[in-house]
Each structure stands twice: as structure tokens, then as C-alpha cells.
Design a protein around this ligand. Sequence first.
Ligand code: GUN
Ligand code: FE
Length: 430
Amino acid sequence: MAGETLLIGRVLSFTGSPFEVSAPEATRLDEAVLIRAGKVAAVGGADDLRALAPRAETVDLGAALVTAGFVDAHAHYPQTAIIASWGKRLVDWLNTYTFPEEMRFGDADYARAVAERYLDLTLAHGTTTVASFCTSHPESVDAFFSAAWARGLRAMAGKTCMDRNAPTALRDSAQSAYDDSLALLERWHGVDRLSYAITPRFTPTSSPEQLAALGALWSEHPDCLMQTHLSEQLDEIAWVRSLHPEARDYLDTYEAHGLLGARGLYGHAIHLEPRERHRLREVGAALIHCPTSNSFIGSGLFDMARAKTEGQRVGLATDTGGGSSFSMLRTMAAAYEIGQLSGNVLHPAQLYWLATAGSAGALHMGDRIGNIAPGMEADLIALDLASTPAIAQRAARAHDLWEALFPTLMMGDDRAITGVWVAGRRILPG
Ligand code: GUN
Ligand code: FE
């Protein structure tokens, strides 16, 4: 059949969660994946799939590992140019670096240039889906979705709403946040592979009126995601407490305004109270772990073992540019290191699951992306597990797949990504 591609390699997919069953039970390794009309048609033995699709274009990837593309569940594309900015913690970092840069995104040409640069960088790092914050300018949302659309990506984004404690040039109002978000949602939500995420930045920069307006918008469009930040730094939590003495805790400032739900994505969620943990679990909301950001900005140690034991929905993310990398490989390394610092050792299968199926589940897209199985969208990557001399010499000692993969998780970067397919179309190398 025309439009069929057969990838031959070491095809890694998940049959379950490695947080619930052992790594061998949670995964399978096949020889080939057949792509048809942008989706995975079959996974299995190379000879079987050749027989199934004798006229498919065949791409032999040799020893490369073929997996789902990475899913980055929380990023700020407008912070691309200020990544790795020195010396500040959250609130000073926002005021010193972030807000001045975000002010530039009222310029549609600048927004478009950064959106394209960002998506080219993340694709080169093997990330095929991102949930991104934009800036308060509608132009920044149009720029991101236009660039994602042109690349055929599944992507989520929203206008970052702020009507207090931010520079005047970045402030909207409760009404304009509602109106602009609604107009953008109507323009982009459900267009091809794009979805709109309602995006209050965080409680310190949204008045109660704005939080309520966005809560109302979410209740009117319940199939949208809602993304924000929660309990990242202790200073931030104290600030929220002083702004909202009436609230039971930080999460309550969202909950009281209709901003707690299963489709809610709560970035960081490090320093949680028992009630917050209970409510997040009860509604099935997602905690988005951003480990390079948490170490870079000095925020604290996310307790993955506790979150998973509690049954929380958890995604993994770069949080570019508070996060110090565009790479989900580097992000897995940081998640491993933070696990070590908090006394839990994450298995490579758990790290890889978080960066793919786990994040896809957090975004409520687990039936479409983040794994390789018949019917799923063919967003795939090929990984070279010997991409540098340092990695190669360690991988050569490996006794099994996980030991061979782990050096790439710990030391790998975009050089490990040797192929990227988006909806079945090979886009890298182009
Ligand atoms: N909290 C509110 N805004 C931001 C942001 O842009 N980055 C991070 N890391 N935390 C935030
Ligand atoms: Fe963030």
C-alpha cells in the first residue's frame, strides 16, 4: 500500500507502567514498526511485518533504539533566549530575566522567530509534543501554534494570563484574559493536532477575579487542559499565603476559583500539604515534575516515590527556560539525581516511561502519543546508544538493554537523536 513505512530497529514500547510492574513486564522489544497513514499499523518481527507490507518503504536503523518521541509536559517557549541565566531564585529570576524577555512577544515577528527556533531545537532533541506557556500577548500564542502546525506536531499551549504583580506591559485584566483566551481557544483548539490550554501563570500574578474568570472559561470548555504553577519555592508559597489569608493552602486558591480538575496540569508541585496531595489525587490532576528547573532555580526535591505510591498522575518536563535544558534526556538524568537525593532510585524504564507515556497520560493523550502500539500516532525517534565516545565505552559493557540505555539517559543529548518522525513523516535528518 502507498504511504507505508517499515522501520527496522530495536523497537521499545510499554505494555504497562514500570511503576506498577517490573521493567521486563512493563515493556516489550520488537524488531520493527509499520507506519501507515501517519499512525502505527503494527509492531512485531521484521519478517512478519515485511510479509504484512511487502511494498512498504523500508528504513533499516540497525542497532538504533526506536521509541515514541518525548513528551514535554511543561515548558515556556518564550524563555528560549534566556535559558541558563545566572544567579537568581524564582521571583527575582522572573523579574530580572523572564518578564523583560516576555515583553518582546507583542512583536509578532519576534514571537514567530523564537517559536520556530524553539520547536526546531526541541525536535532535534527528540521531543515531539510540548505543552507550552506563551506570554500574555495573543500574538505569542498564534506564533507558537502556527509553527507547531507547520511542523505537523501535536502540541498544547495557551496565553499566559497575568493581571497583578507583573510589569504593566505584560498585564491583562480579568475580562481581557477571558476574552483573549476564548478567542484563541476558538481559533486553535482542535485544529489538526493542536489543543488549547487555559493558562493562568500562577496565583501571585492573577487576581481572584482573573482566576475566577479563567475557572469559568474552563467550565465552559471542559475538554481543554488548564496549566499553571503550584508550590515551587517556599518564598512563593509564603507570598501566596499573604495574598490569600482566607485560603486553606496554595491549591485552594485555584480550587476556590474553579481551577482544580482532572485536566489540570500543576507545574512543580514540590512542597505540598497533605490536603493538597489528597485533593490532587482525588480529582486525578497531574503533577508535572521539572527536575532541571528545580535544581537550577533551587526549588527543592520532588518526591517521586511518594507521588507514585499515592497514585498521583505525574508528567515530566523541562520547564525551559527555568529548566536548564531543551533535552528530555537531560531531564531524565536530573529526575534520577533528584530521586537519589530524596532516597528513591528510579529505574531507567521508569524514567523513560515518565518522559513518554507518563507525560502523555498527564496531558490526557495517552491513547494517541507517548507509546508505540497499533492505532497510535507515529511520533517516533531513533536513538543511538553510543552517540559519544564516553557513552559508547560505557554502553559496550552493558549486559542488558537498560544498562545499555542508562548512559544515554545520564550523558546523552541531541547527538543521540538520529531520527525523528512526526505523524509518520521523517523530519530529521531532513
Ligand atoms: N512560576 C511562575 N512563572 C514561572 C516561570 O516562568 N517559570 C518557573 N519555573 N516558575 C514560574
Ligand atoms: Fe514553568
